[in-house]
Design a protein around this ligand. Structure first.
Ligand SMILES: [Zn+2]
Length: 530
């Protein structure tokens, strides 16, 4: 009852301002935002509240939640700050992530920007997915997939030759009689995070400069309520509106034109809700487990945002009913994917965790790749491991969810000195002067390192699997996925080696390895901190 009364009061308020004339008073606009959804259309996330495990997210539930919010004023724009797709579970990934775009169409998204993962398969496939086009893995094939019904905006992925953006840099939305401009950008990190070939002929320009340029352009056309969808992030400590926001997004906000009212960030999978100067910054974790509910109050006369605030809400299901149309679409894709997803690979005696520890999955993956490529050494990046592997029945779906990128394996010839340099590249100084560590999983070697030594000279003793020392002048064969083999995650030394063979995918290697070794040998303790 209270809710309904509130709704009609709000309606009256809108009606009154409209009556007072088009160019006076204020109007509220709501923005519902997600980031880093990564194709999680099937509900698979939980939060713990008072010791109770509560489901959150899922495309049909999110749609239902958004529709309920949209059924009451103020009118809302729904947006995604990138990584909507990529690294997705098989139900979306097996169909080139078209199911996720279908969900976004059905849920009524108004705009989205690119994340680095939208570019995982190169920019041509990115354009096909969002703008429409044929693909053999599509449910629509041989007909073209229709693409997104809303604009994909990105101002800083530009042609090297002309400097022109390959997508519309911004979109303009008329809502409640006011105009809102949405500008998108993706992190420059996308350049190192995407296999180099996928971005041939393109540059990723400075994010803030791109936003400022187009904000200025929008201002000249009288659009003064401006939202930046920025696929770059940071963190906030403590996680509440008074917490301090740090990281790249904070630096960007400080350099941004003051008429950018709201930054919807992503990429770091954290909760952010606070101000830097007069700019509101939000981020709502990942996988549709949470969303940002933002309200901006806009002056009708000037078009300026005069007030804004946000809540980061868990996408709990409460008393909702999942949106039937989306639920049916997802169920259809699940049925199509089931025969592949449920195929049994092995029965495991124990489970494997992504993070460090005795049953570290990364080292097992490195072992699988070393075996597949018949190499002396293998390196595996942590970012390429997307889930744990449970004990018991192991299916194709489990392994796919763990290694979804379909990276091909490379065998690279390197000297012992280069192998050592790859290890040294695990520790570096970031752009902001802070030290970063990018620990690799290794196979075929063990090593010790000294955290007190300077980055670049930390590695001490490196031994081969047979206990003999790594020799600087000797040539070794190194296995790695094509992403780090091409210098990804900053491992440029791997790109200095000579590629002597290209194998199957990382996923194939892992499937073969677990089929051959349902109880793999202990892979722990290969790097030891002194
Ligand atoms: Zn990202």
């Amino acid at each position: 009852m209270m809710k309904r009364l509130f709704a009609s009061l709000a309606l009256m308020a809108v009606a009154t301002t409209a009556f007072a004339g088009l160019h006076s008073g204020t109007v509220d606009v709501r923005i519902l935002a997600i980031n880093d959804f990564h194709g999680h259309i099937v509900q698979d996330r939980f939060i713990t509240k008072q010791g109770e495990k509560i489901p959150v997210g899922g495309a049909a539930w999110l749609t239902s939640r958004f529709r309920k919010i949209e059924s009451q004023p103020p009118l809302a724009l729904i947006v995604s700050a990138g990584d909507s797709v990529g690294g997705s579970p098989p139900v979306s990934a097996l169909f080139q992530d078209e199911p996720t775009v279908e969900f976004m169409n059905m849920a009524g998204f108004d705009a989205a920007t690119l994340g680095n993962h939208e570019l995982d398969e190169g920019y041509l496939e990115m354009l096909r997915l969002w703008k429409g086009g044929k693909h053999k893995s599509s449910r629509y094939y041989p007909k073209p997939f229709p693409g997104a019904k809303f604009p994909i905006v990105c101002a800083n992925v530009v042609e090297e030759r002309t400097g022109k953006p390959i997508l519309a840099p911004y979109s303009i939305h008329w809502i409640n009689g006011v105009r809102i401009g949405i500008i998108g950008v993706v992190t420059r990190e996308a350049k190192t995070a995407v296999a180099a070939e996928g971005l041939k002929g393109l540059t990723i320009a400075d994010e803030t400069e791109a936003i400022n340029k187009w904000a200025d352009h929008l201002g000249k056309y009288g659009v003064h309520a401006i939202i930046a969808l920025v696929h770059e992030g940071g963190e906030q400590k403590p996680e509440n509106p008074t917490g301090v926001i740090s990281g790249p997004i904070a630096d960007m906000a400080r350099r941004m034109r003051p008429d950018v009212d709201l930054i919807i960030s992503g990429h770091t999978h954290t909760n952010i809700n606070g101000f830097i100067g007069r700019t509101l910054i939000t981020q709502a974790r990942n996988y549709g487990a949470a969303f940002a509910d933002i309200v901006m109050t806009i002056d009708r006369g000037s078009g300026d945002v005069i007030k804004k605030n946000a809540l980061i809400l868990d996408a709990t299901h409460d008393d909702l009913i999942p949106a039937f149309d989306v639920e049916r679409m997802v169920a259809n894709y699940e049925a199509l994917a089931a025969p592949r997803v449920n195929k049994v690979i092995a029965t495991l005696k124990r489970g494997y965790k992504r993070n460090d520890g005795k049953d570290a999955l990364g080292a097992v993956i490195a072992d699988a790749q070393r075996e597949a490529m018949k190499a002396d050494v293998a390196f595996m990046n942590s970012g390429g491991i997307r889930s744990d592997i449970p004990e018991g029945v192991l299916t194709w779906g489990h392994l796919y969810t763990c290694q979804p990128f379909g990276n091909k394996l490379k065998a690279i010839q390197m000297t012992g000195a280069q192998v050592r340099k790859v290890l040294e590249q695990q520790w570096r100084t970031g752009a902001d002067g802070r030290e970063e560590s990018w620990m690799l999983w290794v196979s075929g070697i063990t090593y010790t390192w000294d955290p007190k030594a300077l980055p670049g000279s930390r590695v001490r003793e490196v031994k081969m699997a047979d206990g003999s020392p790594l020799e600087d002048a000797k040539t070794y064969t190194v296995a790695a996925n094509e992403f780090i083999a091409g210098g990804g995650d900053g491992f440029t030394t791997l790109a200095d080696g000579k590629v002597i063979a290209t194998g199957g995918t990382d996923l194939d290697a892992l499937i073969d390895y677990f089929s051959a070794h349902p109880d793999p040998p202990d892979a722990s303790g290969r790097s030891r901190r002194l």
